[in-house]
Design a protein around this ligand. Structure first.
Ligand SMILES: [Zn+2]
Length: 196
């Protein structure tokens, strides 16, 4: 993906045909020998798209998702008090979030039953992802508040991120061979089928 001076996107990269192996840029900094993660789909997240400008429930994606069809909302499972949804901007393939239906910001605001169902669905997500994609590890947790790194701070959500040794290396390959919407739709179907 490139952005011209008018901010227009050229999405040739998404087709997987024109990704340059290396681009010379006159930047500044020191080589740190770290590999860079090619994540063009995260630009809309970084630009704040699909992010509520205020904390109202009407603008909140986590409040809107349960009213959508499963495939359109990337819903994996609908529980009684909480639901499981794929992250539209995944850190890794299979990155899901467990959210209460209620628009609450803080973990301490959950009822005993909501907290119990969040825990149960988190366990089930780990178990399902383990069965489907055999990750070598997981990141599990909540970022609470803007200072805590929450992208959508107004509505509590728990991340479950499957991890593989060296997983940053194959994400660009997946991104190149298939477009992301296809990948997310397939991943959702796979997890929803495996959930039961
Ligand atoms: Zn909400």
């Amino acid at each position: 993906m490139t952005v011209d001076q008018q901010g227009q996107h050229s999405d040739q990269q998404a087709s997987g045909e024109t990704r340059p192996a290396a681009v010379h840029q006159d930047g500044i900094g020191h080589p740190d020998e770290l590999e860079r993660l090619w994540t063009p789909y995260r630009i809309s997240y970084i630009r704040g798209e699909n992010k509520p400008a205020d904390a109202s429930t009407e603008k909140c994606p986590f409040c809107r998702i349960p009213s959508m069809a499963d495939d359109a909302g990337l819903l994996v499972h609908r529980g009684e008090l909480c639901f499981v949804v794929l992250n539209l901007y995944p850190y890794a393939p299979g990155h899901v979030m467990v959210c209460p239906y209620r628009h609450i910001a803080n973990f301490v605001d959950t009822t005993v039953d909501e907290a119990a169902e969040m825990a149960a669905l988190t366990k089930r997500a780990v178990e399902t992802l383990g069965r489907v994609s055999s990750p070598a590890g997981f990141n599990i947790g909540m970022n609470q508040g803007v200072a805590g790194g929450a992208g959508i701070a107004a509505h509590l959500h728990q991340h479950v991120v499957p991890r593989w040794i060296g997983d940053q290396n194959f994400m660009p390959i997946i991104g190149r061979t298939r477009t992301l919407p296809e990948l997310l739709g397939d991943t959702r179907q796979l997890l929803a089928d495996a959930w039961a």
